[in-house]
Design a protein around this ligand. Structure first.
Ligand code: GDP
Ligand code: IMO
Ligand code: MG
Length: 422
């Protein structure tokens, strides 16, 4: 399979977990390179549902090495619970999981600050997952963060952590929040450190060693292109580079070793949290929610829904260098009579064929739609391209062409076998 970067081409929750699980069959190593436990990647194995937050989705397949790279922010208590949860479900987690020494650590004061800042923002809030992601990456950029290597060295950790909690407690008090107990957090984190210590290693050296051995690596993107700190709908974004470049910086694998970029996109659009979503439609949201679909895997929040936006996905192809496209949730449109696809925006009397950088301008954009006749029959049992209704094939070909990538995979249900290779 060679080295493959998989990214979300929309606003996150594109079905990356499902596609990662499918592609992992051909990979040796699966690496998370950014984000933290704000991610929620769903994989179904038979009737069993797994939601992965920090652990790469490759963990569900035997003999695959899973790496949490340097670009990830790790909540150690969250990670311990996730590992314990997976073990309880019978998943082997041991030497098949490695965590980077230089991944930054998320602390309770990051979560608390995340929540407090959202309250302060009032109606301008981002709608974060409140996992402390923004403040943790903030500390990393400000060069005051603690890393996994600090956490697993108790003597070093105590002194550094004492300074950090002191400063953060002052900030929390200034915001009217309760300060945190040094002892309680310290002890909790030391316990997590003891549990995680065997997993922590130099993942850059390990990944380069794997490449020298001819192993194929799959880079599991979290979030999506329009949540990217640079290329997303700032400030309604997450705090990491969710686009393909983040796979390099977040792992230490250089760009010329990357062979392929797969962009995952739903056959429609969803977003969770605040910020512009030009094709948002109550009609499609009501339909999907009534089917029990589109509730967040991490926070349980109802996702906002809209028609497929090819202006956005075309932009995603541009910034990620997407080669192959995986379209998921085609079956979500099975009952729709007339399907709309956004092919341009209209703003201020002008037609735009790109995503404007300013979130305010994007929020004011009115979509220009093309319409497609719905196929109005179930696709969930289709296993081959030719089995799909002709109108569904036409729709898929059209959105792939508008997006500008090669249609490689179509997903018609959450299960592994509900996957069509085009
Ligand atoms: P991720 O964050 O990109 O991994 O996506 P999530 O797991 O948060 O959300 C995607 C949801 O869609 C999950 O509930 C998946 O089980 C589900 N899913 C993925 N592909 C398909 C599909 O083709 N059809 C249906 N019905 N569900 C799908
Ligand atoms: P996966 O990997 C969808 C959104 C939040 C919020 C914004 C910032 O499952 O696709 P943060 O907590 O990161 O500071 O929140 O980003 N967000 C996601 N939306 N899928 C995700 O991950 C997300 N991770 C963060 O809802 O709008
Ligand atoms: Mg998700």
């Amino acid at each position: 399979m060679a080295n493959t970067i998989l990214v979300g081409a929309q606003w996150g929750d594109e079905g990356k977990g499902k596609i990662i699980d499918v592609l992992t069959e051909q990979a040796d190593v699966v690496v998370r390179t950014q984000g933290g436990n704000n991610a929620g990647h769903t994989v179904f194995l038979g009737p069993k549902k797994y939601v992965l937050h920090l652990v790469p989705s490759g963990i569900l397949r035997k003999s695959k090495l899973c790496v949490i790279g340097n670009g990830v922010v790790v909540d150690p208590v969250g990670l311990v619970n996730e590992i314990k949860g997976l073990r309880k479900l019978g998943v082997k987690v041991g030497s098949n999981l490695v965590v980077s020494e230089t991944a930054h650590v998320v602390f309770p004061y990051h979560r608390e600050l995340d929540a407090q800042r959202e309250v302060l923002k009032g109606k301008h809030k981002i709608g974060t997952t409140k996992r402390g992601i923004g403040p943790a990456y903030g500390d990393k950029a400000a060069r005051v963060g603690l890393r996994m290597i600090d956490l697993i060295h108790p003597e070093r950790f105590e002194e550094k952590f004492r300074r950090r909690i002191k400063e953060n407690n002052e900030v929390l008090k200034a915001l009217g929040a309760k300060p945190l107990s040094f002892k309680r957090v310290h002890d909790e984190y030391c316990a997590a450190a003891r549990y995680l210590q065997p997993f922590v290693a130099n993942t850059v050296v390990l990944l380069h060693h794997a490449m020298r051995e001819g192993k194929d690596i799959l880079f599991e993107g979290a979030q999506g292109t329009f949540l990217d700190i640079d290329h997303g709908t700032y400030p309604f974004v997450t705090s990491s580079n969710t686009t393909a470049g983040g796979a390099c910086t977040g792992s230490g694998v250089p760009p010329h070793r990357m062979d392929r970029v797969v962009g995952v996109m739903k056959a429609y659009t969803t977003r969770v949290g605040e910020g512009p979503l030009p094709t948002e439609s109550a009609e499609i949201a009501d339909m999907l929610h009534a089917m029990g679909r589109e509730f967040g895997a991490t926070t349980g929040r109802a996702r906002r829904c809209g028609w497929f936006d090819s202006v956005a996905t075309r932009h995603a192809t541009m910034v990620n260098g997407i080669d192959d496209l995986a379209v998921t949730n085609l079956d979500g449109l099975d009952t729709v009579e007339t399907i709309k696809v956004c092919i341009g925006y209209r703003a201020d009397g002008k037609r735009l064929d790109y995503v404007p950088n300013d979130a305010q301008t994007l929020a004011e954009c009115k979509p220009v739609y093309a319409e497609f006749e719905g196929w109005q029959q179930p696709t969930t049992a289709c296993r081959r391209w030719k089995q799909l209704p002709a109108k569904a094939r036409d729709y898929l070909k059209a959105i792939a062409e508008l997006t500008g990538g090669k249609l490689a995979i179509v997903s018609v249900g959450p299960a592994r076998e509900q996957t069509i290779f085009v």
